[in-house]
Design a protein around this ligand. Structure first.
Ligand SMILES: [Zn+2]
Length: 160
């Protein structure tokens, strides 16, 4: 046996001894590793997620209010076509219903409106129906609401 072999043998023995002494501690440390991982990595991640979730949760009521005030999505009929209520401006392309008094969408394109009396669609900036002559005051929400039951859309199909 050479000196180098002897030293390395001793070293291995020493390492084994150290390992024996240290091993319980290492074992418990390794056992705690998931916990450290949990605290160090998953903990902050969950906190960030919680903050993001809370941020959206707190903001959601505000967006809800804005949604009621702004355009709302039209309900779809059985045939898959959007059902637009009469007397309220709507966008045929996006299927959005806009509040009374709106004549253009966000892109500046003209909206349509269905006449509450005859059910003919026209551009929302035109207040007088070219078919029956009914003047629709789209800027008055109450007037539009009371006009609605008087003229149900024929067949419910979008005339546009
Ligand atoms: Zn009309």
């Amino acid at each position: 046996m050479s000196l180098v072999d002897e030293i390395s043998h001793l070293w291995t023995q020493a390492l084994g001894l150290i390992a024996k002494v240290v091993s319980p501690d290492w074992g418990s440390l390794v056992g705690l590793l998931p916990l450290f991982l949990l605290i160090g990595v998953i903990g902050p991640l969950v906190s960030i997620l919680a903050v993001v979730w809370l941020y959206y949760f707190v903001r959601r009521p505000r967006t809800k209010v804005r949604f009621v005030e702004g355009p709302r999505l039209a309900l779809l009929a059985a045939d898959g076509l959007p059902m637009f209520p009469v007397g309220e401006p709507y966008d045929v392309r996006t299927g959005l219903i806009y509040p009374p008094g709106t004549s253009q969408n966000d892109a500046g394109e003209l909206l349509s409106v269905t006449c509450p009396m005859c059910g003919i669609a026209r551009f929302a900036d035109v207040t007088t129906c070219h078919n029956c002559g009914l003047v629709l005051k789209v800027d008055r929400r109450i007037a539009v609401r009371t006009l609605q039951p008087a003229g149900p859309p024929p067949g419910g199909a979008a005339a546009a």
